[in-house]
Design a protein around this ligand. Structure first.
Ligand SMILES: O=C[C@H](O)COP(=O)(O)O
Length: 325
């Protein structure tokens, strides 16, 4: 088993050029909430992956993590530790037991001020640096400052920019304003890839999530992302289903591929497998690669490493066995 995926060298990591705003298409976008909830209720626990393949699925999940630190007390030292973990996400003996080489996370995700230590820590690797810009997490600073922040982040070396949309444009159904804002962010990103954070926990009904997903893709988002991780409700399976279906519709109508990033509160290996299973079922294997799929997560990697350790060495279960048997 090897993973030598090189994001920078992957010509298929295509840009979504976007299309003109199609208000009729957006207006027709719906989400059948009861049906979506029924479908998602069948997921947890049901998508048990064959034991032999579990380690491979977990390694795939690692390769798709945007390893994140987004805290007010972030320091260069913390980011240096994060980049070391990004380069070697699991212990060498686990990798050796799996016969795996070259496994890294998908990207490292930081605030603007932490781009420099992230770039420094990832020097010589193909791991991209993603920066959250545009007044993250609320996105309520003046538009010209949000655009300037993107430009500064690209100048500082970020390869990917995670922007936050103005939720009010969705809540008031002002699709033109959302399109124009996203287009301006897209243009400011230049050569950098752009992920549009919808903050789905603040958008109201699922049909708003479907409409906002479409508008952001029409305006040129390369990825659509659920959440900042700071909303009261972050990534969920129902929201994921709605966004994956929007990506599928957009691809069917325009031929442009757009990636997906669930973020916030995903911290367990078994949850990661549920997300991967849903993507495989809805979009197919093409989307199960880091150029089109990422987990935005600060603590998921730790649980995956524990699970791999458990599978490889049995050490986890031995350490947790009750002393009285
Ligand atoms: O974009 C990434 C999220 O902010 C990470 O959220 P988390 O700390 O709940 O994993």
């Amino acid at each position: 088993m090897t993973s030598t995926y090189d994001l920078a060298a992957d010509a298929s990591f295509a840009r979504n050029p976007g299309v003109p705003l199609d208000v009729e298409w957006v207006g027709a976008a719906r989400a059948n909430t009861p049906a979506i909830e029924r479908r998602c209720a069948t997921l947890p626990g049901r998508r048990s992956v064959k034991k032999d393949y579990q380690a491979a699925w977990l390694c795939r999940a690692i390769s798709c993590i945007d390893l994140t630190t987004l805290s007010g007390d972030d320091t260069a030292g913390r980011v240096a530790r994060l980049t070391a973990k990004a380069r070697q996400p699991v212990r060498a003996d686990i990798l050796e037991a799996l016969g795996m080489t070259g496994l890294t996370v998908g990207a490292v995700c930081v605030y603007h001020d932490m781009i420099a230590p992230a770039v420094q820590g990832l020097k010589g690797t193909a791991i991209p640096v993603a920066a959250v810009s545009t007044g993250f997490p609320a996105g309520l600073s003046p538009l010209h400052l949000r655009i300037a922040e993107i430009e500064e982040s690209v100048k500082a070396g970020a390869h990917e920019i995670d922007i936050v949309i103005s939720r009010r444009h969705v809540l008031t159904g002002n699709w033109q304003a959302l399109y124009d804002e996203m287009r301006a962010f897209r243009d400011a990103c230049g050569h950098a890839h752009v992920k549009a954070i919808l903050a789905t926990g603040e958008l109201g009904p699922l049909s708003n999530v479907a409409k906002a997903s479409l508008v952001c893709m029409m305006a040129g988002a390369d990825f659509i992302k659920t959440s900042t991780g700071k909303e009261p409700v972050n990534a969920t399976l129902p929201v994921t289903l709605v966004m994956l279906r929007a990506i599928r519709d957009y691809y069917a109508k325009t031929g442009h591929v757009v990636g997906y990033k669930p973020a916030g509160g995903i911290s367990k290996a078994k949850d990661a497998i549920n997300y991967l299973a849903l993507i495989k079922e809805e979009l197919g294997d093409r989307w199960l690669r880091p150029d089109l799929f990422r987990f935005g997560a600060s603590s998921l990697l730790g649980d995956i490493e524990r699970q791999l350790d458990h599978r490889i060495t049995g050490a986890y279960s031995a350490a947790h066995r009750h002393p009285m048997g």
